[in-house]
Ligand binder design. Structure first.
Ligand SMILES: [Zn+2]
Length: 325
């Protein structure tokens, strides 16, 4: 129903105990999560797109629309969306937040124009996606964090680190941390980072710039064979959720929202109600489990079906969930 990937382990019986103890599963029921992000809409990413796509892992490309005259630009990003990948906002001219040091031409007159016109380009040229749900700050400049709060679900920065769940995690959704691919970094080094995320139950976001072989080495080049080997390694970890930033961020933010709710009790039933934050993509779900009882959404709604991978899938758009004996 949700479109979320299924964990490998199935055959779990529907809990038949007392209605109660609702728990949201971290990372959609996986142990950890990984996203692969590629910045700047670089020529080497366009040149190697087919090899990246062939791995079969959803990716996020943060594009700067000031370099849209590059060969293959619109065709590649349109195809990426058709293939299930995400296109995110990396501004028009890739400037620092004071509008100096621009990578692609002359800046617009306002920082917000740099952000908004890139989103408009994405909406107009790639209608199959339309909205740019997430952004990445050029140069990791934290001056983008505040304007992005009123425009996007999350903003990816460049601080080193990984993202957790629960009360112990205080990651800023508008400066998400990364593992930056260093020049010449090998698959073994990427895989070690994935192993750390896997063991710790964290969300790891890789950031890749130039991909070799290429004649357009812009920044921190890494070999296509190392990138695809590392992506394949993540795919092979069946209890790791590897997906786009928007997919994992929506789950992560919704789980945090759910943790803040105080349910109402009435006639033996318990009801949670919520309002999604602005710029939250439609059609998203959380996975929950309970000790027993029946879950419904909305008045008179049908009982949510148990999935034998160990959860019920709760649609976020209705804004309500009821647990009854
Ligand atoms: Zn960049």
């Amino acid at each position: 129903v949700s479109g979320l990937p299924q964990p490998a382990t199935g055959g779990m019986a529907r809990p038949s105990g007392t209605a109660g103890n609702l728990e949201v599963l971290d990372w959609a029921g996986f142990k950890a999560a990984v996203s692969w992000t590629f910045d700047d809409s670089q020529p080497s990413q366009i040149a190697h797109y087919a090899e990246l796509e062939a791995v079969g892992v959803p990716m996020t490309f943060y594009i700067s629309t000031g370099n849209s005259t590059e060969s293959g630009y619109d065709a590649t990003w349109s195809q990426a969306i058709a293939d299930g990948h995400e296109i995110g906002d990396h501004t028009v001219h890739h400037c620092k937040s004071d509008l100096t040091g621009c990578s692609f031409g002359t800046p617009l007159s306002a920082l917000t124009d740099e952000i908004d016109q890139a989103s408009s380009y994405i909406a107009q040229h790639y209608p199959a996606q339309g909205t740019a749900w997430t952004a990445a700050s050029p140069f990791g400049d934290t001056g983008y964090d505040t304007p992005d709060q009123t425009r996007f679900l999350v903003n990816r920065g460049v601080p080193g680190g990984m993202i957790g769940t629960g009360a112990g995690d205080n990651t800023n959704p508008f400066n998400l941390p990364i593992h930056l691919a260093a020049q010449g970094e090998t698959a073994a080094m990427f895989n070690a980072a994935s192993d750390t995320a896997h063991a710790g139950g964290k969300w790891l976001i890789f950031l890749v710039h130039s991909i070799t072989p290429t004649t357009a080495t812009w920044y921190n080049p890494v070999a296509i064979t190392d990138v695809t080997a590392a992506m394949s390694y993540d795919k092979s970890l069946t209890d790791v959720w590897t997906d786009t930033v928007v997919a994992i961020a929506a789950y992560w933010r919704a789980e945090k929202l759910f943790a803040t709710l105080t349910p109402a009790s009435s006639g033996g039933s318990t009801t949670w109600t919520w309002t999604l934050p602005a710029h939250f993509p439609p059609g998203k779900y959380l996975r929950v489990k309970v000790d027993g009882g029946t879950l419904t959404q909305g008045g008179g709604g049908a009982a949510l079906p148990w999935d034998d991978h160990g959860y019920y899938e709760v649609a976020l758009d209705p804004g309500t969930l009821t647990l009854s004996p």
